[in-house]
Design a protein around this ligand. Structure first.
Ligand SMILES: [Zn+2]
Length: 321
């Protein structure tokens, strides 16, 4: 599964032309951001090309994470720090070949999230998914969903080397893609870019996928992926602590998004395990379209959930055993 290289270059040139013609500063900035995204995508074919730093600096940096954090998460920081000290046993089971990844995904969607099938098939048909072990992306995220506001379009990259231990990335990105298409336009999607809950649905789909692997004979591998998942959570929490001291808003704001989203998606995932339906996440997805982060915090009583004894956080700690 690969992107359409010609289309990517064509889109890049088109955006450049639009950029040169645009007069209004706001529109110009938007196109500039989209050009930046396209140039990141292009590094798939030009691994050595450098992305203009100034492009990245233009990014809006939203500061309200810090205020939400200070209001809600004083004690949580201490808890997260303790959690980050916890170490998992790391016997890595055998990495197994996947013969037909496409079929595996379709079966997974069929069994767990049929509403993803159409989105997935469309992205495959339109060559919007790149599955490879790319040098240019290697050191960055293992996977990403790139939104393009001007073109009202998206591209997915997922690291995949035909083995089970890279199979969880694409399902995660499919969660982002599905959510993006729930919005009326990519413009609306981009407004949610700094939401603390942006990773909730994608993480939920990833957890479901790992659960699916368990049920089709990859029990050991799935358990390892689960541990890795919580380990990332722990590492992320450490980064998050640094955030308090460095206040590098952009980088660590992203870290905070992961922590908060992972906690909430875990709540929904556990509800799914109990009820065998997706009612809770479906309700959340609908609310996510319009609600602000503060409203979501209030809705799910998140602060209480985390800070009272016998809470979600405790359950997370128990998960490692
Ligand atoms: Zn994500």
């Amino acid at each position: 599964m690969h992107w359409n290289k010609d289309e990517i270059y064509k889109n890049y040139d088109y955006l450049q032309k639009l950029y040169n013609q645009a007069n209004k500063p706001l529109i110009k900035t938007q196109i500039w951001n989209d050009l930046c995204t396209m140039s990141v995508i292009k590094t798939q074919y030009e691994p050595n090309s450098k992305i203009d730093e100034s492009l990245v600096k233009i990014e809006e940096r939203q500061n309200n994470h810090l205020s939400i954090l200070k209001e809600n998460f004083g004690d949580l920081i201490i808890q997260l720090n303790e959690y980050s000290q916890v170490r998992f046993g790391n016997k890595r089971p055998k990495n197994v070949d996947i013969v037909d990844y496409n079929q595996l995904l379709l079966d997974f969607f069929n069994n767990y999230q049929p509403n993803l099938i159409d989105v997935y098939n469309n992205l495959v048909k339109n060559q919007k998914i790149e599955l490879s072990v790319s040098k240019s992306f290697e050191e960055k995220e293992p996977a990403a969903c790139f939104y393009n506001v001007t073109l009202n379009d998206l591209y997915i990259y997922a690291r995949f080397n035909d083995k089970i231990f890279s199979s969880q990335y694409l399902p995660h990105e499919m969660g982002h893609a599905y959510q993006a298409f729930m919005f009326p336009s990519m413009m609306e999607v981009s407004k949610k870019r700094y939401s603390l809950f942006i990773e909730v649905y994608s993480t939920y789909v990833e957890l479901l996928f790992i659960n699916y692997l368990k049920n089709i004979g990859y029990e050991k591998q799935a358990t390892f992926l689960e541990k890795k998942y919580w380990q990332i959570f722990a590492t992320t929490s450490e980064c998050h602590l640094n955030f308090l001291f460095n206040e590098d808003m952009f980088l660590n704001g992203v870290m905070l998004q992961y922590i908060i989203s992972m906690l909430l998606s875990n709540v929904f995932y556990e509800d799914y395990l109990k009820t065998n339906n997706h009612d809770m996440i479906n309700t959340f997805n609908k609310e996510y379209l319009n609600a602000t982060d503060s409203e979501i915090f209030n809705e799910y009583g998140f602060k209480r959930l985390l800070q009272s004894p016998g809470n979600a956080y405790k359950r997370i700690l128990e998960k490692q055993h």
